[in-house]
Design a protein around this ligand. Sequence first.
Ligand code: SAH
Length: 414
Amino acid sequence: MTTQRDRIDIQLAGDTPATESAARVEAGVVAKGAGEGKMNLFDLDRASLERFFEETLGEKKFRAHQVMKWIHHRYVTDFAEMTDLGKALRAKLEASAEVRVPQVVFDKASTDGTHKWLLGMDPKNAIETVYIPDKGRGTLCVSSQVGCALNCQFCSTATQGFNRNLSTAEIIGQVWVAARHLGNVPHQQRRLTNVVMMGMGEPLANFDNVVRAMSIMRDDLGYGLANKRVTLSTAGMVPMIDRLALESDVSLAVSLHAPNDELRSELVPLNKKYPIEQLMDACVRYALRKRGTSVTFEYTLMKGVNDQPQHARQLLRLMRQFDNAVQMKDAAKVNLIPFNPFPGTRFERPDDAAIRAFQKLLNEAGMIAPVRRTRGDDIDAACGQLKGQVMDRTRRQAEFQKQLQARGLGNEAA
Ligand code: SAH
């Protein structure tokens, strides 16, 4: 369990005394940008950081590489500590750049090892990030937006509405906070082996920032994750799936949840714009761009809604069509997610027997369909529950404020 002292350390990410930081938060400076006009280096992937060094600072490219290692491998954000950079360069960086870390409002550990952070991005917006350790892997579930505009009926983020996109810095900042807490050392001590863009928000609706952040996740000078180990999950923004195929190379997951348009349009309103046939075609194009690519289809099981044998059969048909179009067996992977309830929802989780029966129908037809175990539900960190704490905006704001107050960092503006 992280102590209060640790949390403050994470938040400050350096030697700034608490009082000074408090004053800066009070003035709304930290959250808005400790140095207005300064470039936040968390916003830059390797290509843009190299450009910044060459064009803005008049320095060699390899200096950018050194700085990336300091930030993402050693968690150093204070230029003064970057000892292999000359004094003059450190001063130049100090004047024009900063590495601004998200504020850890609080973090919680589950009894099963799952860990959740509430990160304040500005005085009015906080998001959640969840770490899920499992045999031989550690997966971080990262948010892409504050809230979400898609209004999927069974997802608690939807009830919160949409506030804004997260910047590249705010997305990679989540990875930085978790990796630092875990003592992750890329290429050596890997505590963080996978990232799933399955937190709050629709990542394809915040395309550029998400793609840039995913590039830092996969960069050897960043977190060194293999392409396959970074997964983007979408509710089905068809044109953006095609753009993703052109501009990035990551694993694709699609939130299907229903095997026919009538039901899917009800559960995932985006389906009215991009119905299942168009969505599946986009997935086929994505898979065909590179041999051996599979696509994961997420299917949240809701009692009496989409958990009946006819739904399993329709789902099977869709998955077979996909395999045929891609000409690869098991190109379509199904992930069954038992519905996680949240206050005010009209949906329920099917009982275990119904979940097993649904799975068995798929298995008997030769389809592997793991049921995703519920993790971290004692800290409201399970799929779609992430927002349990934040669903009620007033409660979330109150909690955020309480945490700040407790450390003497209260802010009238929030
Ligand atoms: N907008 C993206 C990213 C969110 S991913 C997407 O839709 O894919 C979050 C995953 O958890 C999605 O598959 C989502 O449909 C699922 N989910 C949302 N609410 C849930 C709930 N209450 N119980 C179980 N799964 C849920």
